[in-house]
Each structure stands twice: as structure tokens, then as C-alpha cells.
Design a protein around this ligand. Structure first.
Ligand code: SF4
Ligand code: FES
Length: 375
């Protein structure tokens, strides 16, 4: 790995400029009933015995509220596998913090959904793997997944909670955008996220099985664009296009350590969910106060601001828009975390994307499923 300077030599004023984080992504566990081939959790998953305990999470949430966090996204793995989830929701609600449960749904019951609503849960984001039962089961490697998820969606609305449907998208389900939009309306969802998967971490093993064809992406974009206009005020549709065909990268996380803080199941504190792949010194809430990590942590200050950027980002007018793209993707594909994200057409590594796109022309290989203990 090249391109690394000491953290404090690059962004000496970054900490002074940082405001408080607005959101916290709390990855309560890596345990998950699904085994999706595009899983965004790290290559080495944490076992239940090593997870931060109830007291550790309660302390982290109290510190987050003190720090100014307004929203906590309770995620995983599958966060409902933590028996103390209900306590966390109640405690956060008592502090006036907005809580969003990010769930695969398949292990939920009607009673648990109602109980979480009673504890003060504000919102549920439910993932959908595909809209036909066979494909849904094949992607998550879980039998009966679609019917369970649709039940959960109905229980969420029955409990009076707003619902977002999240559809990770790739070549096997890219033709389902129109049906997804119809389903979101039928289920009375507020929001639908049609989000192409990212290819770092586990998903990189399945890139050839998942990268969609360019024409299919164009067709999907047209369907989403038309529906967004037609359904204004009825349904919000977020659309995350695939980096494989991008001209410019996405502003990953809205900028490094700008608004969001992530805590992993072990208590490690990260600027983004994938950051553990980067060779940075990450702190944990077991060892340091959250405020100290956010403002003064070496990893948090490493890519704050733009002083760390190299060309072509350094002199590019878009650097205030996309912040040079994703640090994790840049490192995963180039070995240099300071490099311009290869999703950018100005990156000297942009040709990698054309190579990935070629895979979409061949028959997809079988999925390499995600399993705890498998690396
Ligand atoms: Fe963004 Fe850097 Fe590409 Fe400019 S060169 S568009 S700042 S990634
Ligand atoms: Fe880490 Fe994009 S996922 S910066």
C-alpha cells in the first residue's frame, strides 16, 4: 500500500473544522439469517461472544446523544437478533433521538414489531432481495424469505411506523424496478431505495455474478425517472446507480467523517461501514470517549477536508461535490486510499470499470454465499 502520510501531517486543521455527527450507524451484530453474495460487512465477521455488551452499547448511545447525534440507524447483520434491541430503542427515544431499524425482516414477528413501536421506534427500513419467491430465496440463501418480508412490511404499517423498502440491485433483479415501485405503493411505503450494490469486501468475490448489463441499467434509469415525476408527494424513490458505468463517483458518506459515525459490533468506531479495510488506526468505545474519537481520532481526521487529495482531485472543481469519491473503493481497487476513486472518468484507473463491465456479457458464475466463519 502506498500513498500514506502520517495522519496528523495532512489534515492538521480538520478536527477544528468538524461539526458534530448527525447520524450514527450502530452495527449491533454481524449475525444474520441471510447469506447475500453482496454482503457489505467485513470479510471477517465477529462472533456473538465478542460483541459489545448491553452496557457498552447503552454507554455508546448516551455518548452519541450528548455529542449531538440526531438519528441512530440500528443495523447489522440482523439487529433484531439482539434481545436488548428494545431497551436500546427505548433509551434512545427517551433522549429524543430518532431511531431507524434496518432489518432483513425474516426473523421478525408481529409481536416484536408492535413491541418495538411501543418502545418508541420511529422508522423501519426493510430489505427486499427480489420480487419473485425463488429468486429472493436464491439471493439470500433462505427459504420462504419473500413471504416473510411482505408480512413484516404489513406489520410495520399496522404498527403505525413509516416504512422504507430497500432493494439492493444487480443483474439478477434489475428488471424488477417497475414491479418494485408498484409494490412500494401497495405496501404504503414512504420511500423506496433502488440501490446498486458496491463491489468491495465480500461483493468483490461475486462481481462477475452480479454486475449488470449497461442497457439494463439505462432501461431501469428511465423507469425510475418516469416514476419519480409521476409519484411526487406519494413515494420518494432513491436511486443509486452502479459505479461500473459512472462518469463521476458518488459523494460517499457525504464526505469522510463529515456527518456520520459508525460503530461496529465489537465497538470499533469508523467513519464509514467499510473503513476497516483501510490501514488506519481505529479506536474503540471500549477504550476512548466517542467525542474524542470523532473530533481527534487519527482515522477520522485522515481524510477530512481536501488537503489530503492528489491530482486530479486536488485541482478539480467537483471536489466539493463528490470529495474524490469513496476511500474504501479507491483503496480496494488501487491499493492507495488517497487515489481518486476509479469510478471517476478522470481517474487513471478508470479502465478497471470497463473490465468489470465485460463480465456482464458472460453467463453469471454461481454465488459465493456469505457465512459467518467463512473468509
Ligand atoms: Fe471527483 Fe476527483 Fe473525479 Fe474531480 S477528479 S470528479 S474531485 S473524483
Ligand atoms: Fe468507506 Fe466509501 S465506503 S469511504
Amino acid at each position: 500500500m502506498d500513498g500514506f502520510a502520517p495522519a496528523d501531517a495532512v489534515t492538521s486543521n480538520a478536527a477544528a473544522r468538524a461539526g458534530p455527527p448527525l447520524g450514527l450507524l450502530a452495527e449491533l451484530t454481524h449475525r444474520c439469517p441471510l447469506q447475500c453474495p453482496y454482503c457489505s460487512n467485513p470479510l471477517t465477521l465477529l462472533k456473538a461472544a465478542d460483541e459489545l455488551d448491553t452496557r457498552g452499547w447503552r454507554s455508546a448511545f448516551e455518548q452519541a446523544a450528548d455529542l449531538g447525534v440526531l438519528q441512530v440507524h440500528l443495523s447489522g447483520g440482523e439487529p433484531t437478533l439482539r434481545a436488548d434491541l428494545d431497551d436500546f430503542v427505548a433509551a434512545l427515544s427517551a433522549r429524543g433521538v430518532y431511531t431507524n431499524l434496518i432489518t432483513a425482516g425474516v426473523t421478525q414477528t408481529r409481536e416484536r414489531v408492535a413491541r418495538l413501536a411501543d418502545c418508541g421506534l420511529d422508522h423501519v427500513q426493510l430489505s427486499l432481495q427480489a420480487l419473485d419467491a425463488e429468486m429472493s430465496d436464491r439471493i439470500g440463501n433462505y427459504t420462504g424469505s419473500l413471504a416473510r418480508k411482505l408480512d413484516v412490511a404489513r406489520w410495520v404499517r399496522e404498527a403505525g411506523l413509516p416504512l422504507t423498502l430497500n432493494a439492493p440491485t444487480h443483474r439478477h433483479n434489475i428488471g424488477q424496478a417497475a414491479a418494485l415501485i408498484e409494490l412500494a405503493l401497495e405496501l404504503d411505503a414512504d420511500r423506496l431505495e433502488i440501490a446498486h450494490v458496491q463491489y468491495y469486501g465480500w461483493a468483490a468475490k461475486n462481481r462477475a455474478a452480479l454486475v449488470p448489463d449497461y442497457d439494463a441499467v439505462l432501461e431501469e434509469a428511465a423507469i425510475v425517472g418516469e416514476a419519480r415525476e409521476r409519484l411526487k408527494g406519494l413515494l420518494n424513490i432513491d436511486y443509486v446507480t452502479p459505479d461500473t458505468y459512472a462518469q463521476f463517483p458518488k459523494p460517499c458518506m457525504g464526505g469522510w467523517a463529515k456527518d456520520v459515525i459508525t460503530i461496529t459490533p465489537s465497538g470499533k468506531v469508523l467513519p464509514c461501514h467499510a473503513a476497516e479495510i483501510l490501514p488506519l488506526p481505529f479506536d474503540t468505545v471500549r477504550d476512548k470517549p466517542l467525542a474524542e474519537i470523532w473530533y481527534d481520532g487519527a482515522a477520522f481526521n485522515r481524510f477530512r477536508g481536501d488537503e489530503w487529495m492528489k491530482e486530479p482531485c486536488r485541482s478539480c472543481p467537483r471536489k466539493a461535490v463528490d470529495f474524490g469519491g469513496c476511500r474504501c473503493q479507491a483503496f480496494a481497487l488501487t491499493g492507495d486510499a488517497e487515489a481518486t476513486d476509479p469510478a471517476c472518468s478522470l481517474s487513471p484507473h478508470h479502465g478497471l470499470m470497463a473490465g468489470f463491465a465485460e463480465a456482464s456479457a458472460a453467463a453469471p458464475p454461481p454465488f459465493v454465499y456469505r457465512r459467518i466463519g467463512r473468509t
